[in-house]
Ligand binder design. Structure first.
Ligand code: RP5
Length: 170
């Protein structure tokens, strides 16, 4: 079974990724989560990246805030796809992390999500795995269809509310 390696720069980043972890779990995708920092524990980061193949990891998600080097450092140690999630918890509200993660020099890419975009990181990772996993591809389509149905229902509810307000009381 395909596995996603999730590395978060600090346990304080977990609330940003927890909704994404929930999605991965709901899709039946196994995760291996590690707290490790590109600055504070660089050796642990390297070990996690280079040993991925033997543990069945196919995609990495790296979540970090402030001067967020973690996704880029992970990507430097592996050719597996690395999806970066900038965290908003800094004085610059995540703009620092967004630029650090997105502005990788050419040669070692990191796919960058929105600030605090943990859910999309999970869905993007699933879409990569779904390229070679039909059952995941079907579940991803079901997820999209359910989402579209939710929008239709909210549209109907809002239009009904507006209609009732427009109807003059007798
Ligand atoms: C970054 O510094 C982490 O990813 C986190 O977003 C931020 C603060 O870390 P803590 O001081 O909460 O451990 O490296």
């Amino acid at each position: 079974m395909a596995k996603i390696g999730v590395v978060i720069g600090s346990d304080s980043d977990w609330p940003v990724f927890e909704p994404g972890w929930q999605i991965l779990t709901d899709f039946g995708v196994e995760t291996e989560v590690l707290v490790a920092s590109a600055h504070r524990t660089p050796d642990v980061v390297r070990e996690f990246a280079v040993s991925a193949g033997e543990r069945g990891i196919q995609v990495f998600i790296a979540v970090a805030g402030a001067a967020a080097h973690l996704p880029g450092v992970m990507a430097s140690f592996t050719t597996l796809p690395v999806i970066g999630v900038p965290v908003s918890g800094s004085a610059l509200k995540g703009v620092d992390a967004l630029l650090s993660i997105a502005q990788m020099p050419a040669g070692v890419p990191v796919g960058t999500m929105a600030i605090d975009g943990g859910k999309n990181a999970a869905l993007y990772a699933i879409s990569i795995l779904a390229l070679s996993n039909e059952s995941l591809a079907r579940r991803l389509l079901d997820y999209r269809n359910a989402q579209a149905e939710g929008v239709r229902k909210r549209n109907d509810a809002l239009r009904e509310k507006i209609r009732q307000k427009q109807t003059p009381a007798r």
